[in-house]
Design a protein around this ligand. Sequence first.
Ligand code: ADP
Ligand code: MG
Length: 332
Amino acid sequence: MAAPSEFELIKQYFSALTPSRDDVLLGIGDDCALLQAPKGKAIAVSIDTLVSGKHFFDNTTVYDLGHKCLAVGLSDLAAMGATPAWFTLALTLPNVDVEWLQDFSRGLAALAGEHGIQLVGGDTTSGPLSISIQVHGFTDVDKALKRSGAQSGDMIYVTGTLGDAGAALALEQGDAKLAAVLDSADRDYLQQRLDKPSPRVDFGEQLAGLATAAIDISDGLLADLGHILEASGPENSSLGARIDLDRLPLSPALQKLPESQAQQFALAAGDDYELCFTASPAEFGRLQADFTDNCTRIGIVDSKAGIYRIDDKGNLVTITTDKAGYEHFTSS
Ligand code: ADP
Ligand code: MG
């Protein structure tokens, strides 16, 4: 059990870690922070908790852990089209380990610096290792990217590549077959995708006011696209989607796997922190090329509920997945 004086040290330790912003009237050190929101903007708020042994394991470096805790929050802001501003940090630590704190805070500070987000307060307690970060960002009320605006006929897009984090997790869990087809550079790449996701903040800001709906892919494409379709449907029903499986964007590492296994990772595995969004092709055309180059149209929104692919005979086939076995698709 750490002495309170050590926790006092932690507060000091975190007080000058991140960029100092003009809109922070009072930062770490008082009972509350005082923050000045820009006139006319809404504040987007989101919190996530990462628990040791559940959301991360011993093989994640402490530096990467600092990065990831903030990255998941920034990804939520990105999915809303919001601009990052401030965050708070609740740390539950089994003991005060200076080396741990240094590595963790470095990882956190590097990503915070990249996105100009300031740590303005938090809480420190002792107990089993757990980290909560609440992020705050700014958005125009009428441009925020909700899950609920998709319309039948909109195109469905995703950023980056899908399934990498899921493949890394399978490797961590000892999937020998998977390890056998990948070389060490592939494995390192996948591990980085799991441990150090790059939140698509710039992309989200570009999409604000342009996409009809958006979500970040934390639980897998099917689940997260499903949330958009559900939120966007008329009352008590859901919209649907037709997905072209051949268009799922796969990294060079995933392209080395049997196609159906790679597609399973892309469809069902979480932790990618890419964005999935819907937009009319005309609106999408307004995006700058350096953004469109990094995203892929994977399908179209449909009024018929369910997520389908079109088979060789032109029939709609429900896409289902088996998370555990990376198994096949079944028709319905
Ligand atoms: P209180 O008892 O009033 O809640 P605390 O002792 O918990 O105050 O915290 C004192 C100050 O240090 C507050 O401004 C709080 O926001 C900040 N703080 C505490 N823990 C952290 C942390 N892990 N990261 C950033 N700021 C922290
Ligand atoms: Mg407190």
